[in-house]
Write a new protein. Sequence first.
Length: 508
Amino acid sequence: MKLTTKMIDIATREVLLNIGDARNIGALAGDRVQILNQKNGVSVAAFVDTTTSIIPPGTVGIYRITNERLGVEEGAFVEVRLAERPASLQYIRKKMDGERLSKDETYAIIRDVVNDDLTPAELTAYITASYINAMDMDEVEHLTRAMVDTGDSLTFHTHPIVDKHSIGGVPGNKISLLVVPIIAASGLKIPKTSSRAITGAGGTADLMEVLAPVEFSAAEVQKMTLKVGGAIVWGGATNIAPADDRIIIQEYPFRIDARGQMLASVMAKKFAVGADLVVIDIPIGMHAKVPNVQDGRKLAREFIELGERLNMSVECALTYGDSPVGRAIGPNLEVREALSILEGAEGPGSLIQKSTAIAGIALEMSGKAPRGAGSKMAYDILKGGAALSKFREIIGIQGGDPGVKSTDIVPGKYEFVVNAPATGYVVELNNQALISLARSAGAPHDRGAGILLHAKKGNRVEQGEPIFTIYAERNWRLQKALEEGRRLMPVLVEGMLLDRVPHETKWE
């Protein structure tokens, strides 16, 4: 069918057809059509939306992303015909039936993901199938390599290249802001690509963006790393393992993180930046992603095996995950806390200890420190001021103000202090509830939103003493967070007497 074009400024890979024209072609909403620009001979496949009124019969609405490839002008004629379904849908169906996917089948799916040849529903079907029917290690390796091969990569001629990653689930885990400058200050190179928050109150990229831009190409990341030794950037802007970012977007509504896809997601980014040595932080705790040490060791073995398949040396740290790292949750609050430690603050101890432990493992793996001495070396680099100087270089090369101080970073202007309802001990900090509370206050989108803990697990508090403060940039957000806090009760304070079970006396 020949139709007249009308440009529509919508950034998706679709076209809009009048429902009558769609029926004549034999297309339903969600089907694919092939569009031929007769002037330049370019042909593009696109998904179909239908309408009864926005587009009249004889006209096709061309969305902006579709036209970036098609290059057609408003009012021109194009040929539109029903297109075949991609073969990758057959492979997704195969995975839905619980079968294993080959290397070629996995590559076909990931190529279509990167080329936007799958609808969100079709990609969700693949994610869900992989969640229900877990991938074996061969499939995970195929997925990892496919993610890397369909994006950009970094190539360094000096080695070793170091990287680190935390699987998440613990609020306030801003250790990359300390680990990266410590490692870079030791003379090693660490091109850290990070994620934005999906279910958390602030991903590392969200935190770094408080201080400097984080959106760079792979070539720019490589150049910055060569010049100052490290960078902290958003992986989604680099075109490094781009399929991973598309998968994460579709996982978000379901709050799922399929084990195989999580392994591939982490290791693809490390493999693509040329990492030789990788430290994986696996927090363990009742409210963390990994509930116990046994499961943590199993996951660690999987990371190590996948690293061996990719010729990377991987070590995993099982870390305490039953409590937030440090006392701050939310972009500005976390950045202020990390900067204050780089500037010489003595606490919070949990943040210093975890950061130097993770950095220390990398220093030992690289040979910079003998086994057992890495944490001490990392601590000396931190306390000697070299990490702060290096972090300022990283901020500067990414376009931020290298002279920024922790006191320059302020939380939101609306705040509410939650006081202890009774004298006793903090017996529980619910990580997921604290994250939910910080997000209700506006984090990570509102950088000043978040939570500052005044007491942590095991601390004794007197009745009326502050336990934590909620910050927000907008008053309605603060009110929403307070409602959420009353429902979730993220911090539990009790005396040594937890409950009283009375003797039931029966009177005749």
